[in-house]
Design a binder for this molecule. Structure first.
Ligand code: C2E
Ligand code: CA
Ligand code: CA
Length: 398
């Protein structure tokens, strides 16, 4: 059986024909069915790598098929095909993700041949998808050992003042240089660490230690930048945290005002009075606090108003699609307004193109972060990037 197989399930024969032709041109084996009742058996026998799925068919709808695939723990890439409103298709896609399915994109009817072809090319690329990376199984003991052996690294991603263009800080993002699996991303091991108090504490401090080992806060270039570090919600029940963090900065003769701790919205609400105690003491030690992933939780307004945050980060899921999704753009915009009316600085992360960056600047967002500015990179690359960037930015503003 060839490696690359595509299954189309759509009662519209024309759509089936078009996708089949594009796939055929790319040398991909393709099978189309128009009867949803045949879907399960065909899927089982044909074992496609990609499924193009129509959302509305007689008798069965797309959601039911998604549920069936979820029951089978399918990891096949699923592309939704529909002529309905984009918001309906996107909601269905979110639902599929919440089922744990590998939702790989949306194809809006009337379909575009080039779009089908680029979707297929992307699916059959040789690079492992993040999902495959996610499948790497890690044990608690392995992670504990990795922390001890200093296998955790930190990559740095710049944050830029959108108005002046100046770099104002950087976010520290943990990576694990695994001896067998290569470079692992945090989604593979942070959830495990968060389940064990004796892992997440050492992990967080190994990230903080690494920042000093990388001399990220000491070199001339970085000496007036702020570092943002992610703090798991589970750390917000450790009363010794404010002192430990402040002592670490004192030991390295670096002012605590250079540190921003990022806490996610859901995290900030587990045990309100304990959280409030710890966050307030962090602030009293001049450490800044950022509410991360804003817009993805539920208690946003109350959190913001009651807890001593200094910054909010508009979640990247809104920023990344703002240029072609009205709803996402509206959420980004009101978050910026809300932040400002509460006297907070607003960071937008997930900026992937110039258009989005210009738009955010235009609506008054303070700070930007995203692949368009720079991907997160190792310390030495960050320093080189910073030198180049500062040179260019100076010549632009002078
Ligand atoms: P986060 O705090 O929301 O971090 C931003 C994530 O978005 C990073 O993923 C970053 O690489 C990615 N990103 C930045 N710009 C763009 C962009 O333009 N487009 C897209 N598509 N993505 C962008 P990363 O490094 O994989 O980290 C994932 C999450 O892992 C972080 O999400 C954070 O919640 C967690 N994490 C990372 N480092 C640490 C850590 O030291 N401690 C804890 N507790 N959690 C960490
Ligand atoms: Ca963050
Ligand atoms: Ca975030």
């Amino acid at each position: 059986m060839p490696e690359n197989r595509v299954l189309i399930i759509d009662d519209d024969a024309r759509i089936c024909r078009i996708i089949k032709r594009v796939a055929g041109d790319l040398g991909i084996e393709c099978l189309a069915i128009d009867n949803p009742e045949l879907f399960e058996a065909t899927n089982h026998d044909f074992k496609p790598n990609v499924i193009f799925m129509d959302l509305q068919m007689p008798k069965v709808d797309g959601v039911e098929l998604l549920r069936k695939l979820a029951e089978q723990h399918s990891s096949t890439a699923i592309i939704l095909v529909s002529g309905m409103d984009r918001s309906v298709i996107e909601t269905t896609e979110e639902l599929g993700k919440s089922f744990g399915l590998n939702m790989a994109g949306i194809l809006k009817k009337p379909v575009d041949v080039d779009e089908i072809s680029s979707m297929l090319l992307m699916q059959f690329e040789a690079v492992p998808s993040p999902r495959e990376r996610k499948d790497t199984q890690i044990t608690k003991e392995e992670l504990a050992q990795a922390i001890e052996r200093k296998e955790l690294l930190v990559h740095y991603q710049p944050q830029v003042n959108l108005k002046s263009g100046k770099v104002v800080g950087f976010e520290a993002l943990v990576r694990w240089q695994h001896p067998d699996h290569g470079l692992l991303f945090p989604d593979v091991f942070i959830p495990l660490a968060e389940q064990h108090e004796d892992l997440i504490g050492p992990l967080t401090f190994s990230v903080l230690d690494r920042i000093f080992e990388d001399e990220m806060l000491q070199g001339e270039l970085t000496s007036d930048l702020a570092v943002s570090v992610n703090l798991s919600a589970t750390m917000l029940s450790d009363l010794s945290l404010p002192d430990r963090v402040a002592n670490l900065f004192n030991d390295h003769s670096v002012g605590t005002e250079r540190l921003m701790l990022e806490v996610t919205e859901s995290g900030a609400m587990q045990d309100p009075s304990l959280t409030m105690d710890i966050l307030t003491r962090l602030r009293l030690k001049n450490i800044k606090l950022s509410l991360d992933d804003f817009g993805t939780g539920f208690s946003s307004m109350v959190q913001l108003y009651r807890l001593p945050f200094t910054e909010i980060k508009v979640d990247k899921s809104f920023v990344m699609v703002a240029m072609h999704n009205k709803e996402a753009a509206a959420i980004a915009r009101i978050t910026i307004e809300l932040g400002h009316s509460l006297g907070l600085e607003v960071v937008a992360e997930g900026i992937e193109d110039q258009e989005t960056q210009q738009w955010l600047k235009g609506i008054g967002c303070d700070i930007g972060q995203g692949y368009h500015i720079s991907r997160p990179v190792a310390a030495e690359h960050f320093i080189t990037w910073l030198q180049d960037y500062n040179k260019k930015n100076r010549s632009k503003t002078s």
